[in-house]
Structures are given as C-alpha cells and as structure tokens.
Design a protein around this ligand. Structure first.
Ligand SMILES: [Zn+2]
Ligand SMILES: [Zn+2]
Length: 308
C-alpha cells in the first residue's frame, strides 16, 4: 500500500520534507512550477515583455530552471527565453556539459547561445590555470570573476533584459551562512541585488529557483526525464562550502525549513543594505568599459597577468 498524495489522493512518489507533503508525480511537477511562479512574482523578477537570458550550465539546476520557465512563460506570450551557455574551456567537463545543454534546448525547442572564454578574453580557463604566475590564485577565483563578466557581456550582446541563473535553495543558504561566518554580510547584498536598483551596464540578475531544494530539483528532473550532466568541475576547491553543506543538511534534516529560514534572513539583510546610500561609486572600467567600483575592473586586472 503506497501513501496517498496529499493533494489528489493518487499514490505518492515523493515526500517534500519542508512542507511534509506526500506528492504524486503530477502534483510534484505542478507544485514545483507554482513555487517558482510565486518566487518570481514575490521578487518582481520578470516582466511580461522581458527577453530573458537563461544561464544554462548543462547541470540539473539550470535544466529544471529552463523547463519550468518554458511552462510558466506559455502564459506570457510577449516574453522571450534565450538560453545561454558560457563555455570556460575546461576539457572533459564543460564540453560534455555543453552536449547536455544542447540536448535540453533541442528537447524544449529553443536555440542555445554559446560564448567561450577564448572568444571573450582570448584564453580558455585551462590555459589560464596552466599559465598563471601565482598558483595561490585558485582556478575558481579566475573562473568566478570571468564567468560573471562573460555572462553580462553575452546578455548585453543578445539584448536581454534580465539574466536568470539556476541557484537553488541549498546553494543560496550555504552562501548566506558562508558570508556571515566570514564576517562579510555586505556581500549578501551584492549577491542578491534586486532589479529595482539597477546599475547601468549591468544586466539585472534573478534566481527564480532559489526556493527549490536540491532534492526537489533532482526529483523534478528525474520524473520529467530532463537531460543533464552531473559531474563536479575538476577545479572545484570548495572545502569550506562542503563543510557548511554537511552542517546545513544535518540541520535541515532535524528541523525541515532551516534552509528556507536562512534564505529569508539573507533577503532581509540584502534589503537593508540596499536602502543604505551607495558607498562605492560605479563607473566604467578604463580598459573594457564594464561597470566597476575601481578604475580597472576585476576581470581586467586578473587578465593583465596574461598580457591583457
Ligand atoms: Zn497528486
Ligand atoms: Zn575591465
């Protein structure tokens, strides 16, 4: 005897722990989409005529993000979805993820835009890692800064109004706790900047699936047979994040709803910082023209090591 779905009484296949709902496949899909719709509405993330660049990594999070947006945007015919992949040039990893991204887009009948680090910056990440002078600057430091820049440049090029990324609840809660534990709560505001306070030259970012747990996402991708590539990046150096993940997963297991509570606290902190007058003046990088608080942006100063 299987447990009945809390919504419709059919046999349940999934327990959503933080709401304690037993769900059948179709109610799992419906409630997940509804949850994302609510996050979008509450955060005023998208408008009815937005051209939406969807950052696609090839992994499960962005696969679920894109599939759900396709469903939601059926009700908003004036919006446009533009899936976009940044190919950093990581052999054996990104190339295979890119295949999954292409498969996903063809399944959803969308054209995928791809921009490479090589085209945008002259070098692939593999090349940068091999040729860096100071190996204490980790691969992720280069990649993080350059990805951010690449995504913005590509979004400007395709004239997107907003860039959406597949950060999930687990990612976001970990980031909030990491920033708090490093004594850097101001960073929470920077990573959560809302569309209501735009910076010229920076395409606004939004995270529509930030209230979906990783477990929900895995279940959703599984039941809808979404193609994705689930391998950790060979350069991943996230020991600190892994500690926080283990700790938060334990807390979430003991007290379901912990992750969501942390996310809400992060949002509240971000709101307070947004109300404060901007300390740093934003102007254009003298080298590439991208918005920055310094004379030369972070991407350009990292690339200077390699002769620009
Ligand atoms: Zn049901
Ligand atoms: Zn620059």
């Amino acid at each position: 005897m299987s447990t009945p779905c809390s919504k419709c009484g059919k046999p349940a296949v999934y327990l959503r722990r933080y709401t304690m709902e037993q769900l059948c496949k179709s109610c799992l899909v419906k409630t997940t989409q509804l949850r994302v719709q609510k996050t979008i509405n509450k955060g005023k993330m998208l408008r009815e005529d937005d051209r939406i660049a969807v950052a696609i990594s090839g992994g499960k999070d962005s696969a679920v993000l894109l599939e759900i947006l396709v469903q939601i945007e059926k009700d908003y015919p004036r919006t446009e979805l533009a899936p976009l992949t940044i190919d950093e040039g990581i052999k054996g990893y990104r190339d295979r993820a890119l295949e999954a991204a292409r498969e996903l887009c063809s399944k959803l009948d969308l054209a995928l835009e791809v921009r490479t680090f090589k085209d945008l910056f002259g070098h692939s990440l593999d090349w940068i890692v091999e040729n860096r002078e100071n190996s204490s600057t980790g691969a992720c430091s280069y990649c993080g800064v350059l990805r951010r820049q690449a995504l913005n440049t590509a979004a400007l090029e395709i004239e997107a109004d907003v860039v959406v990324t597949g950060h999930n609840l687990d990612d976001e809660a970990q980031t909030v706790v990491m920033n708090v534990m490093r004594g850097d709560s101001r960073r929470i505001a920077r990573t959560n900047r809302s569309q209501e306070f735009p910076i010229p030259g920076l395409v606004p970012r939004a995270k529509p699936i930030k209230e979906l747990s990783e477990r929900d996402i895995v279940a959703y991708a599984y039941y809808l047979h979404l193609p994705y590539h689930d391998v950790t990046c060979p350069y991943a150096e996230e020991a600190y994040r892994n500690d926080i993940r283990t700790f938060l997963n334990e807390m979430e297991h003991k007290r379901p709803g912990t992750l969501l509570a942390i996310l809400r606290s992060g949002d509240a902190i971000a709101e307070i910082y947004e109300l404060l007058p901007q300390v740093a003046r934003i102007h254009k990088c003298v080298s590439c023209g991208m918005p920055t608080s310094k004379k030369i942006c972070k991407a350009c100063s990292l690339l200077a090591e390699f002769g620009g």
